[in-house]
Design a protein around this ligand. Structure first.
Ligand code: AMP
Ligand code: MG
Length: 356
């Protein structure tokens, strides 16, 4: 077991000393959990293979699942890639710093352990002031996947990080709740047409507004039959799953409320929208309004983790519309549910009652 240090990272000025300590640990090849605007990240020097190896060990992450490399200024990008495609300028001007990750052709400076053996590298410039202060003080790009144990919901509070990673990392920089709550949007610029590999707070609609044509990879919404062909290795692994069984339910508040009330048993919970509450007679946790996708994203992982603490057996989650930031929420939930979706709009009348 590692001796994990708790550091404070609420304010880049007031917590200067702890930020310097975090940066020193990172420069020396250690692992530090840092806050970002998306979720907490488990960081190490992206160009130090031994340090990056420690991320995979702490998370229990499959070796072919690549990491995102975080930078604090555009100058750092040049060393990491062999070529900067033309679209990067407009995307960076509009979305960086922020929750957009770009997949680009990798230079030799990025070790293969970081890219999961691929010849491309995913790069992002975070906006969280503490993340930026740590990056600046460390002076090296940081590989930082979500700071959860592999497969379970990502951490959006320092408490989540302590629950998962105590004794597995060198330090945890405690800060507040992550503003966005889901991981960054991942866009590949290594395909003939830019391709959305993972939806996030930067939406497909916004990307199309800047680039024109953007493809959505089928793996965003569907289970890939042939996982060997996954364009983004993260797509093929179980993800975001609480211990409880998750069942994703599509339908109106009335349909959803009736379905859950009928099917719920001891130990089951509804993870619902505000609008559903009048139709529900079951233990419930709301995760926002039906079209308040940003709120849903912010609450998603915290509510899943809370229901695990309550020892939920099954969680009936009301699915958001797969549009805007709702696409990111939907993408996480279908994976949490192992692609088990009950679509009440598609069921002939009466059929829903029989459905298990
Ligand atoms: P995480 O850091 O836990 O948010 O996961 C990062 C995800 O980004 C991975 O699971 C991949 O799906 C995706 N990713 C990272 N690097 C690449 C890459 N070079 N090509 C395609 N997808 C990538
Ligand atoms: Mg992750």
């Amino acid at each position: 077991m590692r001796k994990t240090r708790l550091l404070r990272g609420y304010d880049p000025q007031k917590d200067r000393e702890d930020i310097e300590t975090a940066a020193r640990i990172l420069r020396e090849g250690g692992t530090v959990i840092i806050p970002t605007e998306t979720v907490y990240g488990l960081a190490a020097d992206a160009c130090n293979p031994a340090a990056v190896e420690q991320i995979f060990i702490a998370k229990g992450r499959p070796a072919d699942n690549p990491l995102i490399v975080h930078i604090s200024d555009l100058g750092q990008l040049e060393g990491l890639v062999t070529r900067i495609p033309g679209q990067v300028g407009a995307l960076a001007a509009r979305f960086w710093p922020g929750p957009l990750t770009l997949v680009l052709p990798k230079s030799d400076k990025v070790p293969l352990v970081t890219s999961g053996g691929l010849d491309t590298v995913a790069v992002r410039m975070p906006s969280n002031p503490v993340a930026r202060a740590i990056l600046d003080a460390a002076g090296v790009p940081l590989a930082a996947p979500s700071a959860n144990r592999s497969g379970i919901p990502s951490p959006t509070t320092a408490q989540h990080c302590r629950d998962d990673m105590w004794g597995r990392v060198d330090a945890i920089v405690e800060s507040g709740e992550c503003q966005v709550g889901v991981e960054s949007t991942v866009l590949s610029l290594c395909t003939p047409v830019p391709t959305l590999l993972r939806p996030g707070a930067v939406t497909l609609e916004e990307l199309r507004g800047v680039l024109g044509e953007v493809r959505m990879d089928p793996g965003v919404l569907e289970h890939l039959e042939d996982t060997a062909k996954a364009p983004s290795p993260g797509m093929k692994y179980t993800h975001y799953s609480p211990r409880a069984k998750v069942i994703l339910v599509k339908g109106s508040p009335e349909q959803y409320g009736r379905y859950v009330t009928y099917h719920q048993d001891d130990g089951d919970f509804a993870m619902c929208f505000e609008e559903d509450i009048p139709y529900l007679d079951a233990p419930l946790a709301s995760y926002g309004g039906q079209t308040d996708y940003r709120r849903q994203a912010h609450e998603l992982f915290d509510v899943l983790r809370m229901l695990d603490k309550l020892e939920a057996e099954r969680i009936f989650v009301h699915a958001p519309a797969p549009q805007g930031v709702g696409l990111a929420v939907y993408n996480r939930l279908i994976r949490a549910a192992g692609f088990l979706v009950v679509d009440l709009d598609q069921e002939p009348a009466g059929e829903a009652e029989k459905e298990e």
